[in-house]
Each structure stands twice: as C-alpha cells, then as structure tokens.
Ligand binder design. Structure first.
Ligand SMILES: O=c1ccn([C@@H]2O[C@H](COP(=O)(O)O)[C@@H](O)[C@H]2O)c(=O)[nH]1
Length: 237
C-alpha cells in the first residue's frame, strides 16, 4: 500500500459486495473489510479478495486484555492481510502484545502486516469527548497523546481524522502512518461522521492514506465517485 485510497466494503451481503467490485474490472484495489463482513463471512472474505490481487486492511479494532489480543493477532497473522488495527485506548501493554502476537504468527519469509492504533473515532466530536468520555483535553492533543503511546508500543501508525495529522506528525514524525477515515466531498451526506475532511484537504494535511465508504459504495455511479475521489486525493501528491 502506498498512499492508498482505501474503499470500506461495508455491505450487508456477499452478493452486494461482489456486484460492487464487478464495476471496477480487474484493477487491484486497496480495500477495507470491517466487522460487518468479517463477522458474517470469516476468513473466506479475505481469501476471496486476495485471490483477485487486492490489498486488504482488516479493520476489527481489537480491544481486550493483552493476552487475548496477543492470541487474536497471532491467529489473524495467518490471513494474508496488509494492514490491521487495535484500539489505542487498550493501552501500551495491549498494543505491544498485539504487535508481538502478529510477529509470532507471521510465517518466516513473509512480511508482518502493518499494525495501527485507533485514536479517537471520527464519529466522535468535541462535545462527546468531554461530556460522554469525560476527556477534557482538546481533540488534537488527545489524538497526539494516543499516537505517542502507539508509537512507543512499536506500532506502525494510527487511525485518526485528517484534522489531527499535522499535530501527530509534530510528535511522532512524518514517517508514522496516518490512516484517515471521515472523508467526504463537500456535497456528500455526512451520516454519522463528525470530523470530516475532503480527499484533497487530507492530502494537504499530510494523511498517508484515506478510507472512504458510503460516498463511493452508496453512490449512483460508484466507479465515477471513486475516480473523482482519487483525482482529488492525488491532486496534491
Ligand atoms: O475512526 C474511525 C475508524 C474507522 N472508521 C471506518 O471507516 C469507514 C468509514 O466509512 P464512511 O462510510 O466513509 O463513513 C467505516 O467502515 C468505519 O468503520 C471510521 O469511519 N472512523
């Protein structure tokens, strides 16, 4: 994956997902499988997509005690995924255990999948942060702190909003991967997302990769929506 525009394949059936992908021809894509697809179909969904040459971000956001996460990551390392994640809120011991589990499960001669930590969900706004989660620091400082914990645990990067990428780069350096969902064109429906940014703005802010779901998957013409997003994403490359 190199500055990927990752399509979030959030569909409620395999048939719908396949129909969507048929519209893209043979082009290998950067795709995200989340809880919806993985909990329904298990590892077969990954195998199916890898056979077609796609690169896979498995977005399961693991968050449990260190031992459980270690064992889960060891199992996930058997899948041919390129990127996988945990919740940074699980803390440094949990994140280190996740990395060690992934390393232990990766077959010799293969590359360990990249591992990133979710800082604050892009559906969280400032009010929710302070009133529901009882975190009183500004969002960018909270994200930067979680990013530092993630880096110190030996992970490769984080998930955050593109609004916080500059602050993250200040504390973790520009090589630290920033994967940013919450991407919308100005005319798109925000849905449940709060910290949203356009593809062009995300690139200008320094995002390494963006994740786009409904703006492409629910579009009347998904291929055109993807191409438009990609053009915007690559405008400031
Ligand atoms: O903070 C986060 C972490 C993950 N996501 C995931 O990205 C996609 C975004 O979908 P849209 O339809 O473009 O809103 C979705 O699969 C989320 O689970 C996120 O949005 N924010």
């Amino acid at each position: 994956m190199q500055h990927p525009l990752i399509i979030a394949l959030d569909f409620d059936s395999r048939v719908k997902r396949q129909h969507f992908l048929e519209g893209f021809g043979e082009e290998p894509l950067d795709l995200k499988i989340g809880m919806e697809g993985f909990y329904r179909e298990g590892a077969t969904v990954i195998e199916e997509l890898k056979q077609k040459g796609h690169r896979i971000f498995l977005d399961l956001k693991l968050h449990d005690i260190p031992n459980t996460v270690h064992q889960a990551m060891k199992a996930l390392a058997n899948l041919e995924i390129d990127l996988v994640n945990v919740h940074a809120a699980g803390g440094q011991k949990m994140m280190s255990a996740a990395r060690e589990g992934l390393e232990a499960g990766t077959k010799s001669g293969q590359n360990r999948p990249k591992l990133i930590g979710v800082t604050q969900l892009t559906s969280t706004d400032d009010q929710m942060l302070s009133n529901e989660l009882l975190i009183q620091q500004p969002m960018d400082e909270v994200v930067a702190h979680y990013a530092q914990m993630t880096a110190q645990s030996g992970l490769d990067g984080i998930v955050c909003s593109a609004l916080e990428v500059q602050k993250v780069h200040e504390v973790c350096g520009t090589d630290f991967l920033t994967v940013t969902p919450g991407i919308r064109m100005p005319e798109d429906d925000k849905g449940d997302q709060h910290r949203i940014v356009t593809p062009a703005q995300a690139r200008q802010n320094g995002s390494w990769g963006i994740v786009v779901g409904r703006s492409i998957t629910q579009a009347n013409d998904p291929l055109t929506a993807y191409q438009k997003m990609k053009q915007e994403w690559e405008r400031y490359a």
